[in-house]
Design a protein around this ligand. Structure first.
Ligand code: ADE
Length: 334
């Protein structure tokens, strides 16, 4: 996978993300509908002096799901404890977290689609009626203990809402889909990030970086960081249009934001499979790339750009893909 498209926050990016993470609604750019709805839910809960409903966010990586969870915490004036689906291995793991929450605190569960069955079964009654049902022992001597939990909120995030079981999904009072950002909003996010990082950047450079950021704030910030490095070494620390262009060229990113792997994927469909339709497994084998990565990382972006189409019989490269890559369609005439 190309480094820029890596869905997760990389270890060396944690500080960057913390520096740039918005901490007020005013600082959080874009996703206006989600923000309006969340502010209402929070206002109402605060007015009633109750905890907030359980909330589920789903959407592509890097669009701000974790940021929103922390913003909710800040607005409610409570601490957010953080965990993830794969970290909760046993029923006891989630039980320990829930019993250690102070009243009204938030438990943020990232990668919620990876919560296992055992943990889900603890979560159902906990979310629904603040009861913890624990089974101690095995076989005929097994006993069930019930424990009352303090009021709390679960905020969960997932890139694959369809992989969450429907009983779990139904226990969230509100579910929000985070969509890709408008390029104009990505520009605003970049301008803010540049200010916070003390990077001098021109309007033209912002537009260029924003256009190549795959509509995703995390990727935009990665690009800005790379441009800052380039400017520091070659150009007096100022990120102008030339620096932005050179940075993108160095990273092999084209004007639409396509990286090497995106182009390889489209070219494989066109050249090896005559434009498609081609099944996901065959495509994965041709590219030596995991099927899940193709489906979750590359395809949504290529579909958003109208370069790829998912048909019932497989993936198809669109006319736009041929034009963008400057390849002729093979004639079907013999
Ligand atoms: N950084 C990441 N996402 C952001 C957003 N939506 N607004 C401002 N800065 C961000």
């Amino acid at each position: 996978m190309d480094p820029l498209t890596k869905p997760k926050t990389q270890p060396d990016e944690i500080n960057l993300e913390l520096t740039l993470r918005p901490t007020t609604w005013e600082e959080y750019i874009g996703q206006e509908k989600v923000k309006t709805n969340l502010r209402l839910i929070i206002e109402a809960a605060k007015g009633r002096k109750e905890t907030c409903d359980h909330i589920l966010f789903y959407g592509q990586p890097g669009l701000g799901k974790t940021t929103l969870a922390y913003l909710i915490g800040k607005e409610m004036g409570v601490t957010v404890r953080s965990t993830s689906g794969p970290a909760l291995e046993k029923a006891g793991d989630v039980a320990a977290l829930l019993t250690n929450l102070e009243p009204h605190e938030i438990l943020f569960i990232d990668e919620a689609h990876r919560i296992n069955k055992l943990v889900e079964e603890i979560l159902y009654p906990a979310m629904e009626s603040r009861k913890l049902h624990l089974i101690v022992g095995k076989g005929p001597s097994a006993r069930t203990f019930s424990l009352d939990l303090p009021p709390f909120t679960i905020v969960a995030a997932t890139t694959k809402a369809n992989m969450l079981s429907s009983p779990l999904r139904s226990r969230f009072g509100a579910t929000f889909h985070l969509d890709y950002y408008e390029p104009k909003d990505i520009e605003k996010i970049l301008a803010r990030s540049a200010r916070l990082l003390g990077v001098q950047v021109t309007k033209e450079a912002l537009a260029k970086l924003a256009a190549a950021a795959r509509f995703t704030p995390r990727i935009a910030n990665r690009l800005l960081k790379r441009a800052r490095d380039y400017a520091q070494v070659y150009q007096n620390n100022k990120v102008d249009e030339v620096v932005a262009q050179k940075t993108l060229e160095m990273l092999e990113i084209d004007e639409l934001g396509l990286e090497h792997t995106d182009r390889e994927l489209l070219l494989a469909i066109i050249k090896k499979f005559n434009g498609g339709p081609v099944g996901l497994n065959a495509l994965g084998a041709a590219l030596n790339e995991e099927v899940g990565t193709i489906e979750d990382v590359y395809e949504p972006f290529l579909m958003k750009l109208g370069l790829l189409h998912r048909s019932p019989t497989g993936r198809v490269a669109t006319q736009n893909a041929y034009e963008h890559l400057n390849v002729q369609k093979k004639s079907s005439l013999v």
